[in-house]
Ligand binder design. Structure first.
Ligand SMILES: C[S@@+](CC[C@H](N)C(=O)[O-])C[C@H]1O[C@@H](n2cnc3c(N)ncnc32)[C@H](O)[C@@H]1O
Length: 312
């Protein structure tokens, strides 16, 4: 039985149904995520892109001032739109480094191997297709160099807030003293701005959520009637937690393999968390999980933070 099937059956059997957000990213999901990133309401990519494109020199210098040679391991690299600015600057400086993009989506890694060599012919590139920490271990097997881990796009926000510190402890346990990490955090801001980013007018976020049901139908032989579900995003400014649900608009049954799941009209399937943070919270994460905060890079609106931490 595939891990995807195991996780889907577990999530739909829970008293409060859920599906894990890491399964959004098949080829169709990757393409819809590109549309989300380009739509006017989705500010996180634009803010982080501003940091990487306007402060490229400063970012690169943090690494080149410290290390003669190193590896960049990017967890959940996606299309590397932001990191490419840093990669280009490092290549231009003739820095000795290898780039290991890690992604659970096979399509993402294939696309990066097609896209990056023509743009940066001198880049040493080794894509790794799989889960974050398994592939970080794989990168360590391939080279003993100092590691610089990128974890951008506020991907950390897709983990429940009470598990974020565990994630950073786990990350730290795979690294050595002196290694660096660069983490993107989407910061708390006007709740209306945040909610709009997950409820765009063109409906890309809606399509992204519904695509998960289509993927279950396609890859696991499910029979979700996708038209019987509506996208429902929420944001709680006190906790900073943004959540997306799919709401069943009718009483219905869904079959996957030998299992049948029953949904009442109005019942929800939780699909995604996008946590928003305060700067203080991010410093506390670092200090509690074996890192020392070194640098903070903000966009001009101070909506997004790229923090660089050193492993102690
Ligand atoms: C929200 S996208 C962000 C992409 C990119 N970092 C950015 O900032 O634009 C998340 C990416 O992480 C990947 N991903 C999600 N969960 C993962 C996991 N557990 N292990 C490896 N990759 C994962 C997805 O396939 C997707 O490409």
């Amino acid at each position: 039985m595939s891990q995807f099937l195991v996780d889907v059956l577990k999530g739909l059997s829970a008293p409060e149904k859920y599906l894990e957000s890491k399964y959004f990213y098949d080829a169709a999901g990757d393409a819809i995520f590109q549309q989300i990133m380009d739509c006017p309401e989705y500010y996180p990519t634009k803010c982080e892109l501003e940091i990487f494109s306007n402060q490229t020199q400063e970012l690169a210098s943090v690494f080149t001032n410290r290390f003669q040679s190193f590896d960049i391991v990017e967890l959940g690299a996606g299309d590397a739109t932001k990191s490419i600015y840093l990669l280009k600057e490092l290549v231009d400086r003739e820095t000795n480094f290898t780039y290991y993009p890690v992604d659970i989506s096979t399509n993402v890694i294939d696309q990066l191997h097609k896209k990056l060599p023509p743009q940066l012919p001198a880049l040493k590139l080794k894509g790794l297709n799989g889960e974050y920490f398994e592939m970080l271990e794989e990168a360590k097997q391939q080279s003993n160099n100092i590691k610089v881990v990128l974890f951008l796009g506020s991907n950390i926000g897709n983990i429940p807030l009470n598990k974020a510190e565990d994630f950073f402890r786990q990350l730290r346990s795979h690294l050595q003293p002196g290694d660096l990490v660069l983490i993107g955090f989407d910061l708390k801001k006007n709740p209306l701005v945040i909610l709009a980013a997950y409820n765009d007018k063109a409906g890309y976020t809606r399509d992204f959520n519904l695509n998960l049901l289509k993927r279950i139908n396609k890859d696991l032989g499910g029979d979700f009637a996708v038209e019987n579900f509506k996208h429902y995003p929420t944001y709680d400014p006190h906790t900073g937690t943004c959540k997306s649900y799919l709401v069943s608009t009718t009483k219905q049954q869904v079959h996957i393999e030998q299992s049948t799941f029953y949904l009442e009209e109005g019942e929800t399937i939780h699909t995604e968390i996008s946590q928003k943070f305060s700067v203080e919270q991010t410093n506390t994460f670092a200090l509690n999980s074996g890192f020392e905060p070194l640098h903070h890079f903000f966009d001009s609106k101070k909506w997004f933070l790229d923090a660089i931490w050193r492993c102690v």
